[in-house]
Design a protein around this ligand. Structure first.
Ligand SMILES: [Zn+2]
Length: 169
């Protein structure tokens, strides 16, 4: 879904609300995302804020069981035209400080805002890269010990199986 500046200029109070389900790609599958977003044109800038909800099937990094995890994320983003975007970036670099509470700045390209891409980025950033099915998960014997060596434990497990087979032969 792309929102054109022209649509925002025409909209009441220069605002468009997005509450319909949006699907974003996740490998070969799609994720259903339920947005509650406000998109508002203020001067030359487009402000996007609100929240998104989605659930994903994840594989626990410890016990390797699949589990469903629900996510709720706040979105607070400002799309700036090229000139102000450059100014902001220079200013941020000059300040040399990152404030996680301040909205993310994005470049407004081709007079439109790509909502699907914004949502996809947030889904990726919001999903843990090493998920756990629960805090109490004790994992599978022989898997948890590889947790911190940087290798995906599933691959390590496969390697172990392979090397065991070779010993037998
Ligand atoms: Zn687990």
């Amino acid at each position: 879904m792309r929102i054109k500046l022209q649509e925002l200029r025409m909209a009441e109070e220069n605002t468009i609300y997005i509450t319909d389900k949006i699907q974003v790609p996740d490998g070969e599958k799609v994720i259903d995302v339920f947005p509650d977003l406000t998109i508002r044109l203020i001067g030359e800038e487009v402000v996007v804020y609100g929240e998104i909800k989605f659930s994903r099937i994840l594989t626990c990094g410890k016990c390797l069981e699949k589990f469903e995890s629900e996510f709720e994320m706040e979105i607070d983003t400002i799309y700036l035209p090229l000139e102000s975007y450059k100014r902001e970036v220079e200013y941020e670099e000059h300040k040399n400080a990152y404030n996680p509470n301040s909205p993310t700045n994005q470049l407004l390209e081709s007079e439109q805002v790509n909502i699907n891409e914004l949502i996809r980025e947030n889904v990726v950033v919001g999903t843990p890269s090493y998920p756990r099915c629960s805090d109490e998960c004790t994992g599978v014997d022989g898997v948890a010990k590889y947790e911190n060596n940087g290798m995906d434990p599933r691959w390590q497990k496969l390697l172990d199986i392979t090397s065991k087979n070779q010993e037998v032969e």
